[in-house]
Structures are given as C-alpha cells and as structure tokens.
Design a protein around this ligand. Sequence first.
Ligand code: FAD
Length: 624
Amino acid sequence: MTDSFYRYDVIVIGGGHAGTEAALASARTGARTLLLTHNIETVGAMSCNPAIGGIGKGHLVKEIDALGGAMAHAADQAGIQWRTLNASKGPAVRATRCQADRALYRSAIRRIVEAQDHLTVFQAAVDDLVIEGDAVRGVITQTGLRFDATAVVLTAGTFLAGKIHVGPTQYAAGRMGDPPATTLAARLRERPFGVDRLKTGTPPRIDGRTLDYAVMEEQPGDDPRPVMSFLGSVDEHPAQVSCWITHTTEQTHEIIRGALHRSPLYSGQIEGIGPRYCPSIEDKVVRFAEKASHQIFVEPEGLDVTEIYPNGISTSLPFDVQLALVRSIRGFEHAHITRPGYAIEYDFFDPRGLKPSLETKLIEGLFFAGQINGTTGYEEAAAQGLLAGLNAARHVRQLPAWSPRRDEAYLGVLVDDLITHGTTEPYRMFTSRAEYRLQLREDNADVRLTPVGRELGLVGEARWSRFGAKQEAVERERQRLQALWATPGNALGREVEQALGVAVSRETNVLDLIKRPELDYAKLMRVPSLGPGVDDAQVAEQVEIGVKYAGYLDRQRGEIERQQRHENTAIPEGFDYAGVRGLSAEVTQKLERVRPATIGQAQRIPGMTPAAISLLLVHLERAR
Ligand code: FAD
C-alpha cells in the first residue's frame, strides 16, 4: 500500500492554463488530485500577451466560467483595461476582452488553486509516465519520485522539447526563463503518438518610461465596463489604465526586409509552423508587402511595473535588428527593450489521436490538453484542461465521459475540430468556426452549460443558486412585459408614443415592442409606467436577446434538430457520389476515399462543407 502522499486519483502535469483548470475541475468533482508543475511560482503564468478573452476566446472563457472554472474569476481580479469587442454587432459575435495585470492574474489563479478542496500541488519536473500494458499508472519525476494515479492529464504547453530562437541563436527552453521538458518529450516520442513541431513567437518587451505617448492614440477601456464571470462584478476589478495605439513606419519595414536573411523563419532554421492569425512582424511585412504600416497596440503589463507589451511585433529576428526596428516605430524612438522577442518551437501531438473526452486512444487513462494538442492561446488551453480534468476524474469513477456537442458550446467546436481534422498550424478559436453562432453566445453560456455542469459535479452551490435566481428573474420580467398591453388609444400606448416618439398603431404587448428595430429594453424602461425595470444588466440582456432574436433562434434550433436527425442517416454502400449534382470534384473525391457510412460521419470529413451535406441529403431523399 503506497503512502497517500504518492497515490492520487488524478495527476495533472503542468500548472499553466490547461493544467490549472484540469486540476481544479478534477478536484471539484471530488477526485483526489495532484498538480505537478516545474515551478509553483509560475502557476497561472501568461507566457505571452497578458490579455484574456477576445473574439471567440471570450466565448470560451464564459463557458469555462459557466462550468465552474477559474479563468473568468482571475480575469475579473486582474483586468486593468476592459472592452466589449464587436459591441455594435449582433450578440453572437460580441466578445469580452481584458488587458490583465500579469502578476495579479497569476496570484488570483494560485489563490483559487490553493483554496480548492481535494487538490494538492507539488513542485517537480515530470520526466516519464508509468505505463503498464496500455494503461497509465502514474508518473516519475526528475528526482526519481514515483506518483501513482488511475488517470494522468498532460498539459506541458510549449515545454516539450522546447527550443527558443533569437536570430541565429537557439537554445533549449520551455519559454524564456523556464527549463524545457526534454526527457519527457523523448520518452513520449518512444511511443507511437503522432508527434510534430509547431512554433509560436512573442515580441520584445519595452520599458514604458522610454516611450512618447504624446504621438500615440489613447485607447481607454469601455464605460460601462464589462465583467468576465457570471458571478463577477466591476467592484473586483483593480485600478484601470489605458492602452495606446501606434504604427510601424516605412523605415521599420525596410529594416526588416534588409534583415530577412538573418531571420530563423526564412533561413530554414525554424521548421515548425506558426500561428497564422498571430504572425510575426517579419511575416506580416513579407506577406502584406503592399502595406506601408501595421498597427501596434501598446499594452501595459501591469499596474506596478513599467514594462509594456507591444502587441503586433512578435519577432525572432536577431537582437540588433529588434532594437533597430523597435526604435523606428512612432513614439518608440528612444525605447529601451527589457526582454528580447523570440520564437519557440515545441512538440505537439496529432489531436486525431484523442477521443472526444481528450483521453488518448493509445493509452487508457492518459489525457492530453492545451498547447500540446496543437492549439494556441490561454483560453483554448484552459477550456480543454477543464474537459480533460473532468473526464479524467470520471474515468477514475468509471463514469461515462462527457463532451459538449458543437451546438452546445465553443468547447464542443474546439474539440470536434481538433479530433476530426487535426491541425497543421496552431489552432485558435474564432466565432466563424461555429456553425450555430447565434446559440453559442457569450451571454447565454450559463444557460447552455451551468445545468449540465451542476449534474457533472463541477458547479458549486453559490453559482447554482445565483443561476437559478437569474433564470427566475428573467422569466418574471418576461411575464411582466408580456402582460402589459399598449393600444393606439390606451394610457400605455400614449405614454410610449410620447416618451419614445414611436407610433403605436395596433394592440401589442410590451415584450413584442422590444422586437422593433428602433426599440430596446433600456429605451422602453424610460416609459414612466414601464420603468425602471430590472437592475441586473444580465437579466435585462437575456430578456432583450430572447425576444429580439426569437425568430432566428427558433430557426437555428430547427436546423440543429434536423442535423441531429441526419447524424445516423445511412449512406448506402457503393453510393454514387459522382452522380450527386453540384458536388465539387474535390468533395466527391474525399467522399469516395472515406466512403462514410452515415451523414454524421460524412460531415466530419475534413474539408466537407454544409452545402455539400445538404446536396447529399437532397439526393438521398430523392433516391428513397
Ligand atoms: P503553458 O501555459 O505553456 O503551461 C505549461 C505548464 O506545464 C508550465 O507551467 C510548465 O512549467 C509545466 N510543465 C511543462 N512540462 C512539465 C514537466 N515535464 N513537468 C512539470 N511541469 C511541466 N498564445 C496566443 O494565443 N497568441 C500568441 O501570440 C502566443 N504567443 C506565444 C509566444 C510564446 C513565446 C509562448 C511561450 C507562448 C505563446 N502563446 C501564444 C501561447 C500561450 O502561452 C499558450 O497557448 C498557453 O500558455 C498554453 O497553455 P498550456 O496550459 O497548454 O501551457
């Protein structure tokens, strides 16, 4: 019988964004969980930009929050500049983003981890996994300690065989200042996992005191300020500061063009593919040669530090080139670089080797989450971590795995994309990746996921009762407004016309009035006998969106039901794809190669389009 110090239900390797959410989720369900990480001081560390949320990513953070996770709480305690992106667009693509104080974020995550029941932290580098037959049994640390568990979640980020590049210089590291996980990477390469290399990069950091803000454009946060957690409040936010915007110049681009032969990206020194949507500045200058200037967001790294993060000039050019290019930027003429920019290459695993639970198909009880699955970004990592931690704990109890569908969560989209299509470049979330965007909004992440999170044991009492109270308040307000009728002649009708300057030409209840494009909940509450309305902005938003988008939402729900119906629709063996009118040659070829048994399977073939599926369905329907 092993000492309980060495024996756990679930072991999580890595205290980054995936690892902390994995460990927390596992422990929340009651599993005895151990988080093993290189350095306790770097638990919750942000390797790159200290910002949380953004388009697609904010949606993931709200989903993590709806399932009881930590990321949104930490953002609320660390966010020093807040914005709602796409505020003027529809609710589906609206996204919350905050610039975070790096140190406050890290300490918030550490506080949450340390306060979690059933969760133990131990500082150690894991060098190997203990695998018996085809099942994981535990891990071995660098100092030779063995820890046993029924499930292990690996979340090693950019650390597996990590190699840093600054110009021609290269050295092994997990990220700048941290050791790589070289031995573990080598051990894993001995197993038949699909392993390849990816790369990512970061800009040089600058001492903000050496910048001339007078020539930059100030970008204050939004007022009113959004919050990240469904349980959050602006009162938790620390002091607020502005970000700034500046631009590269012709001279910057000339410096870069003149130094491309010294770039590890272009010399062939870096083999891994980088994130398409976060390209390095050298990549942008080459790819968009016609652009005379690129925007740079000048973002503070924290309240008590002078460093800034120049968002938009990630680079791995030699340091002398970095210094010259930085000083050619408007307002950066006297800039002092505090840390060089660099690129890092690392091992990642083909995510097609994973089940929807994020358990590896190869080794029972071994789960992978985060950057090692080919994603990029804290939010993508944290979301996977939560899912893997939950399913690791369920595996221990021999409960069925849980994974949300694509129409239930961005987390479902993320996992389905990864395990079905794999990835050849760092995968990041966008709203455009989801086909049911209107269902998968930030504002309703709690409605979509908190009830199932409660059933899964992830959602505690406080969140559950707050959620219940909010749902009741929404329903109460809907019923109140539905019972109030304005007619052309009655007192309410006249009040509405006078207060809002709109015509009430037929009898209509107030809920329906919200549907009018020129009206919304806030405006209607200005009518004396309707207002002041609910004071909880989340409740008001739910009432308004539920009414304004009812038609679209119903249609989308219908489509989801139809799609689900087709999931098991059989495609006859030997089906003649070439005979389906309108299918492109490429799609026909793919279908002929895979010969899917059902429409569900056909849908998941990489490169398959919804249009192609519709054509197939029409054809099958006719053939019946
Ligand atoms: P990480 O945050 O990397 O955490 C891994 C953790 O595991 C660390 O705590 C590490 O110490 C620990 N660990 C690793 N191996 C072991 C071991 N063997 N034993 C014990 N502990 C171990 N994202 C973007 O969205 N955009 C960007 O532009 C961007 N640029 C980046 C630039 C750089 C240079 C780096 C390093 C990262 C960048 N990222 C970027 C990625 C972002 O940092 C990651 O997506 C995110 O941190 C991944 O979270 P994770 O939990 O998977 O891994």
